[in-house]
Design a protein around this ligand. Structure first.
Ligand SMILES: Cc1cc2nc3c(=O)[nH]c(=O)nc-3n(C[C@H](O)[C@H](O)[C@H](O)COP(=O)(O)O)c2cc1C
Length: 375
């Protein structure tokens, strides 16, 4: 169906030349997200350190979604280069993800301002009011992650222009609450700004279900790792293609006194070694050979550089294979355009299927944004 069309254009035209009413309905459901991002599709490509660089980011934006550069631990000069290189590959909007605890956060924001980045996503912790203000004063919109309703409300008061709620099904650093529960907790109560839902979304039906609940759009990471345009090492991609949902596990923690930052990743020999290292370090702590602080630091040090090792060097036994549970739905390498097109087709087919089941026209279906006073 619609082979060769950009993902954003798929199913827009029915065989009789009319715009598909179901695609129009989808566009109505995520109109606020599209307007906020300035895109055809309210689908953000979640920033993935080492993976979300110029090629994948530009591919997502060129296909109608919203690519986001993962700045990770980049110094300001490197970020400036990456933004310029991405802008050379796409004329469409894209954003930059900054990690709040980066020691040069202020300078990184200055780079985004100087390069006229339209949207800055602040990740890795609750941002300071000063960081939000600096981004807004520079003319960009601020997107923040909220792991709970109270925090979402606080971030809106602090000036966040949009919120991402990311559940524990996601790949990478995760909170304790599932996407399904976070969505129910947050979506009915945050209307002031658009909310994007992330974590565990692998198909268009799931994407649509969150739009039905009032989300303005979605954010996906895992599904884009095996895009043709992703520079992830072939070994890393192969590990994703082979994996099932249950292989994407949170990092193990052996002792509550030595907390581990929870990261969802494919279990591999490094995960086993991490368990063994924790056991050994805790034993040394018990024998008085290490202070609690020293033991904690040794545990925290274990994964340093491990994501790069896996994504770039292809060391899938010794590196970190960060992946979400939707990895089971990654079955082959595809173009970014095809991945986005599939999501749209599945959402549109679901809307059309509902009409068949209930014999209703598209305008009958409401959304949190489109509902009138009588529902
Ligand atoms: C390999 C990998 C690296 C990630 N790195 C980051 C990051 O640097 N910053 C960030 O905010 N989120 C990061 N994430 C989370 C994604 O941006 C996105 O929110 C998440 O993948 C969405 O859930 P999904 O994986 O179920 O689609 C990462 C995810 C993966 C799989």
């Amino acid at each position: 169906m619609s082979a060769g069309l950009a993902a954003a254009d798929r199913l827009e035209v029915a065989p009789d030349g009319e715009t598909s009413p179901w695609r129009t309905e989808l566009d109505r459901l995520w109109a606020r997200g599209r307007a906020f991002l300035g895109t055809d599709l309210a689908i953000m490509g979640g920033a993935m350190t080492w993976v979300s660089e110029r090629n994948l980011v530009a591919a997502i934006s060129n296909a109608g979604g919203f690519g986001v550069i993962a700045s990770g631990a980049m110094p300001p000069g490197l970020l400036a280069e990456e933004i310029a290189a991405t802008a050379a590959l796409t004329k469409k909007p894209f954003g930059v993800n900054l990690i709040t605890m980066h020691p040069q956060l202020t300078e990184l924001i200055d780079v985004c301002t100087a390069q006229r980045v339209g949207h800055v996503v602040l990740a890795g912790g609750i941002p300071s009011g000063a960081a939000i203000e600096q981004i807004r004063n520079g003319g960009a919109r601020v997107v923040c992650f909220a792991p709970a309703l109270v925090i979402a409300k606080k971030l809106v008061r602090m000036g966040a222009d949009a919120i991402v709620i990311e559940g524990s099904e996601a790949g990478g650093h995760i909170g304790p609450v599932s996407t399904a529960v976070l969505a129910q907790e947050v979506l009915p109560h945050v209307a002031a700004v658009p909310v994007f839902v992330a974590g565990g979304i692998g198909r268009g039906e799931a994407m649509l279900s969150y739009l039905d609940m009032g989300a303005s759009g979605v954010q996906l990471g895992t599904r884009f790792v095996c895009a043709h345009e992703s520079i992830a090492h072939p070994h890393f991609k192969r590990a994703f293609i082979r994996a099932a949902a249950r292989d994407a596990m949170p990092s193990p923690q052996l002792d509550v006194r030595f907390p581990v930052i929870p990261v969802r990743a494919l279990a591999n020999p490094a995960t086993e070694r991490f368990r063994a290292i924790q056991r050994e370090v805790i034993d040394r702590f018990h024998r008085g050979e290490l202070s609690q602080k020293e033991a904690q630091l040794e545990i925290e040090h274990f994964w340093a550089g491990a994501l790069r090792k896996a994504v770039i060097d292809g060391d899938i036994e010794g590196g970190s294979l960060m992946a979400g549970q939707s990895v089971g739905m990654v079955t082959r390498e595809q173009s970014t355009n095809e991945i986005l097109g599939e999501l749209i087709d599945q959402a549109v087919a679901t809307l059309a299927g509902r009409a068949c089941r209930f014999g209703r026209s598209p305008q009958f279906f409401g959304s949190a944004e489109g509902q009138g006073p009588d529902g």
